[in-house]
Design a protein around this ligand. Structure first.
Ligand code: IPM
Ligand code: MG
Length: 356
């Protein structure tokens, strides 16, 4: 029996995840969806951010459908006592090193972008973000007092095999796309970036049909708003990927439309174990109001079907239903032209479900 661990988390996580589960169950009634609390939702009940019960569920699951985590009242706490720790633990403990963030403009949303429509026309890129290394995980990582002065340190460290495996994910992804990889680093300053660029160049000859370019991260941030449609696959380290993927996402008009897949080395019955989540976060200002855009969560469910269940037909079915809804003018409030015709999260979900 195929089982999906559903971890709705905080903020808009529960409402958008509910929408995604509904579509998943509509196309695959045989898949069991079991829920557990993580993040702030767990902390509020006196549990750890990634409680044992959630871990057990994930251990026996084929894939994880994740909402989002984070609550402002925990901002002052150490990482292990903050909601975000759930994501850290999941990424680290299941070694989900490859974060795939496809960025495409949905039909009819060309005018929702903050860029001119002609710049985003044809935008179709994939951010391949390294997810288990770099400054997010390097040690030491602490706040301390030295000679009576407070200081803090984070460590950016990469080992060559970590770079090589994510580079291969990027090159292999490019082979099924427009055959272009842009590797982003800061090699004029960072040693990790010098190693990064060397390893990417060493891997490149194994993919002779793929064109490689290197950009410094500051320049990459600029090119993303100058000529976004020219990018195919962008591969970069953990923190640069975090920042650039938000920038890339908003080019599409709404960060609420972008899904992600985080894949590791573990295989399951029908594919690769993975975690699937919207990239947009908890959006606490609109949480619980039934106005959040569930598109990213829905498209994350499609990625789950594609990568962890090897069910391409149903992945495509969800993607087509979402596209048809957009083409028909179905909108949640943040991208609606007039708020009077905007649909609630539930209504939007009905509209997509009806187009499956
Ligand atoms: C993301 C998020 C996370 C990250 C946060 C919530 C820890 O911003 O997945 O992009 O920085 O990786
Ligand atoms: Mg982020």
């Amino acid at each position: 029996m195929t089982m999906v661990a559903v971890l709705p988390g905080d903020g808009i996580g529960p409402e958008v995840t509910r929408a995604a589960v509904r579509l998943l169950q509509a196309v695959r009634p045989d898949v069991e969806c079991s829920e557990a609390i993580v993040g702030g939702a767990a902390l509020e009940r006196g549990l750890a951010p990634f409680p044992a019960q959630a871990r057990e569920l994930c251990d026996s699951a084929d894939a994880i459908l994740f909402g989002s985590v984070g609550l402002p009242q925990y901002d002052g706490k150490p990482l292990a006592e903050r909601p975000e720790y759930a994501l850290f633990a999941l990424r680290r403990d299941y070694e989900l090193y490859a974060n795939l963030r496809p960025v495409r403009v949905l039909p009819g949303l060309e005018h929702a972008s903050s860029l001119k429509p002609e710049l985003v026309c044809g935008l179709d890129l994939l951010v391949v973000r390294e997810l288990t290394g770099g400054i997010y995980f390097g040690e030491p990582k602490e706040q301390r007092t030295v000679d009576g002065v407070e200081e803090a340190v984070d460590t950016m460290v990469y080992r060559a095999p970590e770079i090589e495996r994510i580079a291969r994910v990027a090159f292999e992804s490019a082979c099924g796309r427009r055959r272009k990889v842009t590797s982003v680093d800061k090699q004029n300053i960072l040693e990790t970036s010098r190693l990064w660029r060397r390893i990417v160049n060493a891997v490149a000859p194994d993919y002779p049909d793929v064109q490689v370019e290197h950009l410094l991260v500051d320049n990459a941030a600029m090119q993303l708003v100058r000529r976004p449609a020219e990018f195919d696959v962008i591969v970069t380290e953990n923190m640069f990927g975090d920042i650039l993927s938000d920038e890339a996402a908003i080019l599409t008009g709404s960060i609420g439309t972008l899904p992600s897949a985080s894949l590791g080395t573990r295989t399951v019955a029908n594919g690769r174990f993975g975690l699937y989540e919207p990239i947009g976060g908890t959006a606490p200002d609109i949480a619980g109001k039934d106005v959040a855009n569930p598109t990213a969560a829905m498209l994350s469910a499609a990625l789950l079907l594609r990568y962890s269940l090897s069910d391409e037909p149903n992945a495509a079915r969800i993607e087509r239903a979402v596209e048809r809804a957009y083409a028909d003018g179905v909108r949640t409030v943040e991208i609606s032209q007039d708020s009077a015709s905007a649909l609630t999260t539930r209504e939007f979900t009905d509209a997509v479900a009806g187009r499956l």
